[in-house]
Design a protein around this ligand. Structure first.
Ligand code: PHE
Length: 363
């Protein structure tokens, strides 16, 4: 509204001019957004003098109504625009104020969130797998709840073998429960596998030679002390091909040991017995602590046992229809917890399963 218009309004409708003046004052003096909202309600709200004035127009003499009505609407629109303008102004001021005062130091270190990582046993398992994958082996897995047939019978393990006793094995369904006495050897027992060796048989049933597999997984035995837990992990290797000899087994294990423990480690093999390998051996790795001279951790022998192994017994081939005249092979099985303990100098197997993060996060 320009001055001339305002002058005219003052003369013809002094009440309205006064409303306009106070409205302007109230709005322009609002110091922040909250005050401005209050001012808006006060000047333009339903109970404001302006609204009341506009409501009274129909009661005015007919000749006054057009001018006062138009004037009222012009004033309302102007005051509304004034509120908007003031609002924009206050927002701009608030923004430049916060830009001036709220600084962030982008060089401060960020907030760090603790990230978990693989359990040492999983990592060790993966390291073992990687080494054999590097040699062209395939990973093969088998069930943890296993048939007696695969865990024992087809591995040339006779019914009299001590591992078959309830004392050493977790039976899910004992043979005796399902089978009459006369057919107790019919291999129907169901158990938690005591080793990963049953995977050997399962793989050979499915596949003709050549076979190069590594089978990692959980196994179960009724044991519990500082060096035995009822559940632990093994990694099982099986190779069957033409012309495979014990020298190949030794070479493979030596390569694995040096990859896993480091290049200066030696291995030695000792004769042993397993029902499903012939000849059977146990493999030791030289003790790192004493460099082979003998210390407490290697029981003064200079050597630490790492796995059982041997040449696949021809009796096993007869269960899977392989011809022992044409092929030969070797198998080995290692305890993954034991490998991790030897590699990292961990004294007690139970530390792996106590789930104390102070222990676990070291690896
Ligand atoms: N399965 C044997 C054990 O658990 C280890 C083994 C595997 C031995 C393969 C020979 C060949 O003790």
């Amino acid at each position: 509204m320009d001055d001339a218009q305002l002058q005219e309004l003052k003369q013809r409708a002094p009440g309205l001019a006064a409303i306009y003046h106070t409205g302007r004052e109230t709005i322009t003096h609002a110091a922040d957004l909250a005050a401005l909202e209050q001012a808006r309600v006060q000047v333009l709200g339903r109970k404001s003098a302006l609204t009341e004035f506009l409501r009274s127009i129909p009661g005015l003499p007919a000749e006054e109504r057009p001018l006062v009505g138009r004037g009222g609407n012009v004033i309302r629109k102007e005051l509304e625009e004034l509120v908007e303008a003031r609002e924009a102004e206050l927002k701009r001021a608030a923004l430049s104020d916060s830009l001036a005062h709220e600084r962030i130091d982008v060089t401060l270190p960020g907030q760090s969130f603790p990230a978990g990582h693989e359990h040492l046993i999983s990592r060790t398992m993966r390291e073992v797998e990687d080494i054999f994958i590097g040699l062209g082996y395939q990973i093969a897995e088998g069930p943890e709840v296993e048939l007696d047939y695969y865990n024992f019978t087809a591995l040339n393990t006779p019914p009299s073998h001590p591992a078959r006793s309830a004392h050493d094995t977790f039976w899910v369904v004992e043979q005796r429960e399902t089978m009459p006495e006369a057919v107790v050897d019919a291999d129907r027992g169901v158990l938690l596998r005591t080793h990963t060796s049953p995977v050997q048989v399962r793989v050979m049933e499915q596949q003709r030679p050549p076979v190069y597999i590594l089978s990692p997984g959980k196994v179960y035995r009724r044991d519990s002390d500082a060096t035995h837990t009822p559940m632990f992990h093994q990694a099982e290797g099986l190779v069957v091909d033409e012309g495979v000899t014990l020298a190949d087994l030794k070479g493979t294990v030596a390569h694995f040991t040096r990859e896993f423990f480091g290049p200066d480690r030696d291995i030695r093999v000792r004769p042993h017995f397993f029902p499903f390998t012939e000849p059977s051996i146990e493999v030791d790795v030289s003790c790192e602590l004493c460099g082979g001279k003998g210390c407490r951790s290697c029981k003064y022998s200079g050597w630490l046992e790492i796995m059982g192994a041997g040449m696949v017994d021809p009796a096993v081939y007869s269960f899977v229809d392989y011809d022992p005249e044409k092929v030969s092979g070797f198998a080995f099985g290692m305890g993954v917890e034991r490998m991790a303990m030897l590699k990292h100098g961990i004294p007690d197997l139970r530390l792996f399963y106590d789930n104390d993060v102070r222990f676990l996060r070291q690896f």
